[in-house]
Write a protein that binds this ligand. Sequence first.
Ligand code: SF4
Length: 102
Amino acid sequence: MLNAIIALVAIGAVLGVLLGLAQLYLVVEEDNRVTEVIAMLPGANCGGCGFPGCQGFANALVDGEATQVSLCGVCNQETREAIVKYLNETPGPNSETLKVTL
Ligand code: SF4
């Protein structure tokens, strides 16, 4: 019985250390610009931009896969300009800004 308890405690300790190391080395840094751009987009999720919904388009803009905000035909000009200004002036986790156009 004591051996089983010791084995379980040892396994728990080893797994705890492995989880701690995984948190240090496998963490994916989130880019808050995606959330901000999603909030600016109309939210129609029509797919007209060629991406899977507004979240897909926001991800594409922030990842550099898309560079033209006008791909969203639902946005009005004011919103497009706000998104361009935001992305061109707001640095990401790597401290670099994007180059997107209308
Ligand atoms: S075209 Fe605009 S509204 Fe439609 S899914 Fe793309 S970003 Fe969203």
